[in-house]
Design a protein around this ligand. Structure first.
Ligand code: ZN
Length: 280
């Protein structure tokens, strides 16, 4: 029961992550007002707290853009005052570690949603991430175009964030950067099913999706302690960013960008945090 309660709380958090995208300052999307709650209810566990609670409508540019998130609500204070915020630039890792990261992702049914900020895939039970001795359950993945993470200041055209939770409700994210190149057939399943407009979780009949096919063969990662990259910018998120990129075709990246627009929070200062590079 304890786990169940933690999960409910977690799902609320995850829903917030998803909602984070709602701001899409992009012109692409007619976001209907007054709908955030349904995403909290509909996420995975179903009993997640009403997410959003009609909180301030944030975006990725303008008066409600990232530089103003921290002023929009007391609940968003960490966005401005936190010293462990995400994303970060990954170019300056000063130490190397040997922590083993293993993604045991399994194929399963495909459920997609568009929360007004991003396109998200919710996963059924069964996929796990091991980070050292910690074990996390894969909950959802979603996209940012361009990537929020940069390497020596340069973003990639797209990133997917795999969001996981452990039994105590702690979050871990695995980020995989995309560069333009070979077409990724598995990604096409998401593109075909992705709602063009805001829409709650929708199971896609007859499609099996394998998240492992969006991973690089080598899972060496940069690691650091960070936050949600969307309001309320909650800290305590364990970040892993794959050092090896995967590819998607220019057309695939453009197709996702056409739906989600520019939804990358700018990189945040490390404030002395340890950024650890992995080894192959
Ligand atoms: Zn994200």
């Amino acid at each position: 029961m304890k786990t169940r309660a933690a999960l409910a709380a977690l799902c609320a958090t995850v829903a917030l992550i998803a909602l984070a995208g709602a701001g899409l300052g992009a012109p692409h999307r007619p976001v209907r007002a007054g709908q955030p709650e349904r995403y909290g209810q509909s996420h995975g566990a179903g009993d997640a707290a009403p997410v959003g609670h009609g909180g301030p409508h944030w975006t990725y540019d303008g008066a409600a853009g990232p530089e103003h998130w921290g002023e929009m609500s007391e609940d968003f204070a960490a966005c401005a005052k936190g010293h462990m915020q995400s994303p970060v630039d990954l170019g300056g890792a000063e130490s190397a570690g040997r922590l083993a990261v293993r993604a045991a992702y399994r194929p399963g049914g495909l459920t997609v949603l568009n929360n007004g900020h991003t396109v998200q895939v919710n996963f059924p039970e069964g996929s796990q991430l091991a980070s050292g001795i910690a074990r996390y359950k894969l909950v959802q993945m979603h996209f940012h175009t361009p990537s929020e993470e940069t390497v020596y200041g340069i973003p990639y055209p797209m990133v997917v964030h795999f969001v996981h939770v452990d039994a105590n409700g702690n979050l871990a994210v695995l980020a995989v950067l995309f560069e333009e190149g070979a077409h990724n057939p598995e990604l096409d399943k998401v593109i075909r099913a992705a709602p063009r407009w805001e829409q709650g979780p929708t199971p896609v009949a007859g499609v099996t999706f394998d998240p492992a096919r969006l991973l690089p063969d080598n899972l060496a990662v940069w690691r650091y302690e960070g936050s949600l990259t969307t309001p309320p910018c909650t800290e305590g998120v364990r970040w892993h960013v794959a050092e090896h990129r995967v590819t998607a075709s220019a057309g695939q990246i453009a197709a996702i960008h056409a739906i989600i627009g520019d939804n990358a929070r700018p990189t945040q200062p490390l404030h002395g945090r340890l950024l650890v590079a992995g080894s192959d």
